[in-house]
Design a binder for this molecule. Structure first.
Ligand code: HSE
Length: 404
């Protein structure tokens, strides 16, 4: 099978490496060899072992021998235009591009279905972890109730460095970039946008409804301070950037937030670039997926596995579908309750409504205390904060608890 790669960055070059290195294994798995016929990239790669570079997309589109195209360009444009043209031309497309899947996945999947070909995107969430295929294949019998977890390797690496080595946020980010984990613009990682796109994809697969990811409440890790880390340690928690999606009646809720995760939860032990995703279902109970969530070769492995799957299903559409976006389907979670960690400065009032635990700062120079609450809706949380502020305290930070 002749394939093409569009975008020869970290993941695209990893695909080249994985295909070359594992030829024999790939022949065993899909019954034929995989030959890279074209690599599309605007840059030059004079030292590359490959000699099939092109700057013209039409070389791929118009090559009748190319049956599967790998899209590792990232971003919506021109990846969207290229993907549509390729699917219309009857070529399978496999991608690691979460932004494109989260934005136009509904349409691209429908196009692939009409043409009896495949649009596959295992590498778009969780790097090398199988999570997309389990959601549309192994876990389809019962109803999912929750999907949540650590979906971004860069931020998990940064938080691990901050917790375990007392490293500054800036230094930890630089190290993550050097290791090739971070997005080109690290804002997408640290502000939670990358996790937001990933949870939108998982929510669509788990609950069968497309969400508008621009309407997903998204908070990153840039406001977490050493004081929050100290309180988390004191109270027996880790802090993780979490993507969470759940049913809210007939609608679906999704959010991205830094959360206190109890040390005895499996998510708390997920460190460095690793991701962990928990799926809860009515009959299923709880399953967890764990592995390298970013990085060249783990992500390329997921891409190449999709190439193999496309070759195995050359003339069969593997049905992956969800309902198109409808604003009625997307909940803003007003009625959902979460427990919270809230840090205040000032003298703790004798009675804080909704609180279960109150802890005081070990730093004598700081008159600070932290509260762990019971499950509160957003408006109940606002009431707790308002009444504590009325007692003369200042709100310093507030994070949800998850995984208890
Ligand atoms: N920047 C992403 C991460 C890459 O750190 O998880 C994988 O999607």
């Amino acid at each position: 099978m002749k394939i093409a790669i569009m975008g020869f960055g970290v993941v695209g070059s990893g695909v080249g490496e994985v295909v070359t290195k594992n030829q024999e294994n790939l022949i065993n798995k899909c019954g034929e060899s995989i030959e890279i016929a074209h690599i599309l990239d605007l840059r030059d790669f004079p030292d590359s072992e490959f000699d099939c570079f092109t700057k013209d997309f039409n070389d791929i589109l118009n090559d009748p021998e190319v049956g599967v195209v790998v899209e590792t360009m990232g971003g919506v444009n021109p990846a969207y235009d290229f993907t549509k043209k390729l699917l219309l031309a009857g070529k399978h497309v496999v991608t690691s591009n979460k932004e494109l899947v989260a934005t136009h996945g509904t349409e691209l999947l429908a196009l692939a279905r009409e043409r009896n070909i495949n649009y596959l995107f295992e590498a778009s969430v969780g790097g090398g972890i199988p999570i997309i295929r389990p959601l549309y294949s192994c876990l389809t019998a019962g109803e999912a109730t929750d999907v949540f977890g650590i979906l971004n390797g860069t931020t998990n690496y940064i938080l691990t460095q901050m917790f375990q080595c007392g490293e500054s946020f800036e230094n930890a980010l630089k190290a993550a970039q050097q290791k090739g984990y971070a997005e080109a613009d690290p804002t997408a990682d640290v502000e939670g946008y990358d996790t937001c796109r990933k949870i939108a994809i998982l929510a669509a697969l788990a609950f069968g409804k497309a969400l508008d990811y621009t309407k997903i409440s998204t908070e990153g890790i840039t406001k977490i301070t050493a004081d929050d880390v100290a309180f988390a340690e004191k109270l027996g928690y880790a802090i993780k950037l979490i993507g969470h999606s759940t049913k809210d009646g007939d609608a679906v809720y999704a959010a991205v937030f830094p959360a206190f995760v109890p040390k005895n939860s499996p998510l708390a032990g997920i460190n460095d670039v690793f991701n962990g995703i928990i799926v809860r279902g009515n009959d299923l109970g709880e399953v967890m997926f764990y592995g390298r969530g970013a990085g060249k070769l783990p992500t390329a492995n997921a891409v190449v596995a999709d190439v193999v799957d496309a070759i195995k299903h050359k003339r069969v559409n593997v049905i992956i579908k969800w309902d198109a976006y409808d604003e009625k389907h997307q909940s803003q979670g007003e009625n959902l309750a979460y427990a919270y960690y809230i840090r205040f400065s000032g003298k703790a009032p004798a009675n804080i409504p909704g609180s279960r635990i109150v802890a005081f700062s070990d730093d004598d120079r700081k008159a600070e205390f932290a509260v762990l609450t019971e499950g509160l809706t957003k408006s109940a949380l606002e009431d707790v904060i308002k009444s504590t502020k009325a007692a003369g305290c200042e709100l310093m930070s507030c994070m949800r608890l998850i995984g208890e």
